[in-house]
Write a protein that binds this ligand. Structure first.
Ligand SMILES: *Cc1c(COP(=O)(O)O)cnc(C)c1O
Length: 428
């Protein structure tokens, strides 16, 4: 399914995008995101974990396709509102368009939540206390750590004793008493045990949900299965069977509905599943050099643009766009393949896109390339731009949305002036 060469993203030529917007540039294919949204339509509510990709054009796109949103910070609340999400649903019983989920309230987030009267998903007893003191009598959701977790990396495992996330399952009764003391009603229960989980681990969560939900009781109106739906990063990776996954959750939901005697809304909270495959980081090869037996392709994009390989040893498919940017000579014939190390421009030896977990440099079998050709890092739409930084004083990349036959800029590349904005040399 992944090809070592690529000429187009959607129906737009990659070279045209690079010529128009420069490199490095993130490109998202709108049709892929819409398809992913439709895959999950069987769930009552799909709530996008926007931390995966929070560009307001992406938020607007998912919103127009019926998706609600999760916010984990004041900044993400601001983005959701800017993209057109309303603080409240059309009716009292409609699902909350925006839910604030975190393990803490920083002061700014708490003020913003109160100002817009947003629903909160509390991941610590302190959150309940701080919220309850300011808004007694409200409704809350509890995020519970069920005592086990799973993730594609130790860093993305969000359950178990080593995780900082959620309220420890054995403390549920205690926090129900705490909520009561503030007149808070627990209307939602939320479990998110990690990213890149498989069906077996995901189904384990259903069992926990039932046990915990019965402990909370009839005030519940919503249960959330969290995110963590795996997506495909290399040949051999598999999706979960969404229909089977839904069946497991729906069975739990129905048992709980029977117990409570009323309907429950079933939410799913995917991040990467909706956006990972839609995204491409387009970079230019600026140097090719030989270090002993290793061939290095060095790009104008580094871990300042895409941090997942250096953070998690993540694999991203790569492809070469044939033909140097500043030549229009047609490219003929097939090319030999070479094993190359692919790295970026940063003054840091870890700035390598081909590395395994633990930072071991590995090679990738890629077409023989020339300086001036484009290399595309694929499946980069989730936790790509969103984790970008200005390290080495590199401006943040441009972002472009492919809609039909058009490539639309959704974020301008930062300028050099942007880099020093807000900094001052004191005169005193
Ligand atoms: C990160 C996160 C998600 C999304 O995880 P994915 O692996 O991207 O699906 C969902 N819910 C919560 C609470 C999260 O922190």
């Amino acid at each position: 399914m992944f090809s070592p060469t690529r000429t187009h993203i959607g129906s737009v030529a990659v070279r045209d995008i690079a010529k128009q917007f420069g490199t490095p540039t993130y490109v998202y294919d709108e049709a892929t995101i819409v398809k992913k949204i439709n895959d999950l339509k069987v769930f009552d509510v799909t709530r996008f974990a926007q931390k995966a990709n929070s560009n307001i054009a992406i938020l607007d796109l998912v919103r127009r396709n019926g998706v609600l949103v999760d916010a984990v910070s004041a900044g993400e609340i601001h983005r959701a509102l800017t993209a057109g999400f309303k603080p409240h649903g059309a009716t009292k019983d409609a699902p909350h368009p925006i839910v604030y989920t975190s393990d803490i309230f920083d002061r700014e987030a708490l003020e913003l939540v109160l100002k817009h009267d947003l629903h909160v998903n509390c991941g610590s007893p302190d959150m309940i206390e701080q919220y309850g003191r300011r808004k007694p009598g409200g409704n809350i959701t509890l995020r519970i750590n069920p005592g086990f977790g799973h993730g594609h990396s130790q860093k993305t495992n969000t359950g178990g004793e080593q995780s900082k996330h959620g309220i420890w399952h054995e403390q549920l009764n205690e926090v129900l008493v705490l909520a009561d003391r503030h007149g808070l009603t627990v209307t939602g229960l939320h479990l998110h045990i990690g990213s890149g989980t498989d069906l077996e681990h995901l189904s384990q969560v259903c069992g926990s949900m039932e046990t915990l939900a019965k402990q909370v009781g009839r005030t519940l109106t919503t249960i959330s299965a969290g995110g963590g739906l795996p997506t495909i990063y290399k040949a051999g990776d598999t999706y979960v069977d969404v229909a089977k996954y839904y069946d497991l959750w729906n069975a739990s939901r129905q048992r709980l509905e029977k117990e409570f005697g009323h309907k429950l809304t079933l939410e799913l909270e995917p991040g990467r599943y909706l956006v990972a495959e839609s995204g491409f980081l387009v970079a230019e090869i600026r140097a090719i050099k030989q270090m002993g037996k290793n061939t290095f392709y060095l790009l104008d994009a580094g871990f300042n643009n895409l941090a997942r390989p250096i953070l998690y040893g993540s694999h991203h498919p790569m492809s070469i766009v044939p033909g140097p940017l500043d030549s229009n000579e047609p490219q003929h014939g097939t090319r030999p393949m070479v094993d190359a190390v692919v790295g970026g421009p940063l003054c840091e030896s870890g700035d390598i896109f081909t590395q395994g977990e633990g930072g071991f440099v590995i090679t990738r079998n890629l077409p023989q390339a020339q300086v001036g050709e484009l290399l595309v890092l694929e499946c980069a739409g989730a936790y790509g731009f969103a984790m970008g930084s200005n390290y080495n004083s590199k401006p943040l990349a441009a972002e472009v949305l492919v809609r039909g036959d058009k490539a639309l800029q959704i974020r301008a590349r930062q300028s050099l002036e942007d880099l020093t904005r807000g900094e001052t040399i004191p005169t005193a």
